[in-house]
Design a protein around this ligand. Structure first.
Ligand code: FAD
Ligand code: FES
Length: 345
């Protein structure tokens, strides 16, 4: 049986087919709700059930607690309606008109940029281009129906190749293949662009903090390169600071890039932070957890937007500490959480 959902505050109405989640139905009908992992782990799709009943589906209980459910929250990527519903969430207009495609692609180049980070360059068929917003990701479709999410690291204006930054997860179905057997000219298939991690406009042209851990740098690289491109003729540029955290110096890769951006753009600052620097690193930069480095530099984030990407622990701690201790408005925090894909196979 299909159900009807009214999305508040927009008043948009969608029909949900049997077995569909709220998010799938909304995306199918062209309404863009925020989402990230689509497997009940990251919490980006959390919204309110104002009226009606849902099956909450499969989700991580740390992401949706009993208290959240009692307060009316649900994860729209996992929840399916059991009646007509009224839900509340913030719709995003910018991605609505971008077509999500399934495309073949060819591995053009593989570049090992850190002991466990491979940059993969993918070439699309000659007559195809992928339209995407800087910060979005694609799902690599594996032969057995599994999918693995990777952020697009190149900016949309620089789309000769799609660039992915893949970290090697020991035992990882896809990444172990990337690091051991993948070759130039191998064919892959992917679906995208996906996700809602992209730059929002702010009326006051306010400052931005980007927070990355490990390969969380990938979508932030795309966003920054896009902003630099857009702003090349603009006088009034937004102040942007990138805090990039890794364990040791060897884990920070392609660092020439942010260093070059800092030299070329007065409005950009780069702060690398190591959590476990080696003696041989001779590290004189920031140490500790990357979000705590931000808090050492700023006690008031009320005028900022924060874009955080990387490990679930980092993103969760940053959201919690920035919104409770530094006055960051909850709706000024945007994130993509690199959750393992294994739970959605
Ligand atoms: C929206 C989104 C964007 C992403 N973008 C990127 C990206 O740009 N670069 C990137 O390197 N990763 C990214 N990821 C994470 C990546 O999709 C997963 O790490 C994926 O599971 C790796 O696939 P695999 O087949 O190698 O490992 P799997 O077969 O899925 O997992 C193998 C083992 O490794 C562990 N594992 C896998 N991934 C992780 C993880 N992220 N953290 C901790 N343990 C893990 C699993 O628990 C499992 O034990 C993204 C995830 C999401 C949801
Ligand atoms: S929990 Fe729903 S998109 Fe991540």
């Amino acid at each position: 049986m299909s159900y009807q959902i009214v999305i508040q505050p927009s008043g948009h109405v969608i029909q949900v087919e049997p077995g569909e989640t709220i998010l799938d139905a909304a995306l199918r009908e062209g309404f863009s709700l925020p989402y990230g992992c689509r497997n009940g782990s990251c919490g980006v799709c959390k919204g309110k059930i104002i009226q009606g009943k849902v099956d909450y589906g499969r989700y991580n209980e740390e992401t949706l607690s009993k208290e959240d459910i009692e307060a009316g929250d649900a994860l729209f990527c996992s929840a399916s309606p059991l009646s007509d519903l009224i839900i509340e969430c913030h719709e995003i207009s910018a991605i609505k008109d971008i077509e999500i495609k399934t495309l073949p692609c060819r591995v053009e180049k593989l570049e090992l940029v850190a002991p466990d980070v491979m940059v993969i360059f993918l070439k699309l068929p000659a007559n195809q281009r992928l339209q995407f917003l800087a910060g979005q990701y694609i799902d690599i479709l594996l032969k057995d129906g599994k999918r693995r999410s990777f952020s697009i690291a190149n900016a949309p204006q620089d789309d000769e190749f799609l660039q992915l930054h893949a970290r090697n997860y020991p035992g990882g179905v896809f990444t172990e293949h990337v690091f051991t057997t993948m070759k130039v000219k191998d064919m892959l298939r992917f679906r995208g662009p996906l996700g809602s991690f992209f730059l929002r406009d702010t009326p006051g042209n306010g400052p931005i903090i980007f927070l990355a851990s490990g390969t969380g740098f990938a979508p932030i690289k795309s966003i920054l390169e896009y902003v630099f491109f857009q702003e090349r003729t603009r006088e009034n540029k937004r102040k942007m600071i990138l805090y990039w955290g890794a364990r040791t110096k060897a884990d920070l890769y392609l660092t020439d890039l942010p260093e070059q951006w800092q030299r070329e753009h007065d409005n950009f600052t780069y702060v690398p932070v190591l959590s476990e620097p080696l003696e041989s690193d001779h590290w004189e930069g920031g140490t500790g957890l990357v979000h705590q480095a931000v808090m050492r530099d700023f006690d008031d984030l009320s005028a900022y937007q924060v874009y955080a990407c990387g490990t679930p622990l980092m993103v969760k701690a940053a959201y919690h500490d920035f919104t409770t201790q530094c006055g960051l408005p909850k709706d000024a925090f945007f994130s993509d959480v690199f959750t393992p894909s294994t739970s959605n196979a």
